[in-house]
Design a protein around this ligand. Structure first.
Ligand code: A5P
Length: 241
């Protein structure tokens, strides 16, 4: 798949995101428990869901961030918690990178990866919604991997991440203080360059003390809705050999 949006205007990109969001929201059926993602594309998905709810769609949304919860409330989308609905029918969320050959993802650019992953893993179907600029041959090629860490002794956790090859940076908030996630943690944005084996890196991060969660979503994607100038494309994961 060639990427024709690299030089596209912000308005053109916004249109692709809106079309992808509309088409993703159309996957929702009446009565579903729906995971509501976070980020600028997910915001458009939630807006499209709000329009469907206004016209009579009956769903319960599980938000992945306080920001998404606030937007959903404004749109009168009924909400519940993951504790109330540990099984979700469908989750719709954005992504920072989508590896074309596997549909593995990097997520967490907006800082919500922990709740996003908890919702994605609890979902029967997890559908990523992106414009075509997010499609990459290798994860890590264009985006630093967000890694959520415990604030206590984060510098010591960072040393362990450096041993895994990370060129890391503590994410800062607009107030000049470290950015704090909804879960009360810090984020280290870790540049790895193109990641040869995302599954191996994910397994190493899973066992790194001090790491709460990371933005590699491996084997979790059921489909990707891609907004392209020539229309929407639905990508399905490869069939296991
Ligand atoms: C939020 O933490 C992220 O995982 C977003 O889903 C991801 O960063 C994509 O965001 P945009 O849709 O804003 O690019």
């Amino acid at each position: 798949m060639t990427n024709s949006s690299e030089q596209a205007s912000p308005e053109a990109i916004q249109r692709l995101k809106e079309e992808a969001a509309e088409s993703a929201a159309a996957l929702i059926e009446d009565g579903m428990i729906v995971g509501l993602g976070s980020g600028s594309t997910a915001k458009l998905v939630v807006a499209a869901i709000g329009r469907r709810v206004k016209s009579g769609l009956n769903i319960v949304g599980i938000p992945t961030s306080e920001k998404t919860a606030a937007q959903a409330r404004e749109l009168n989308i009924p909400l519940a918690t993951l504790a109330q609905h540990p099984q979700i029918h469908l989750a719709l969320d954005g992504a920072d990178e989508v590896e074309l050959s596997t549909l593995n993802l990097i997520k967490g650019g907006g800082g919500n990866l922990l709740r996003e992953k908890l919702v994605a893993i609890a979902s029967q179907r997890f559908v990523a919604v992106v414009d075509e600029r997010k499609l990459v041959d290798k994860l890590g090629a264009t985006f630093s991997l967000p890694v959520e860490v415990v604030p206590f002794g984060w510098q010591s956790t960072e040393q362990r991440l450096k041993k895994l090859g990370a060129n890391s940076q503590l994410r800062m908030g607009a107030n000049g203080e470290p950015y704090i996630t909804d879960g009360g943690h810090y984020i280290l944005d870790c540049a790895f360059g193109p990641i040869a084996s995302p599954a191996t890196l994910a397994a190493n991060l899973d066992t790194t003390v001090g790491v709460v969660e990371h933005g590699l979503f491996i084997g979790m994607t059921s489909a990707v809705v891609v907004g392209r100038p020539d229309g929407i494309k639905l990508l399905n994961p490869p069939v296991p050999a």
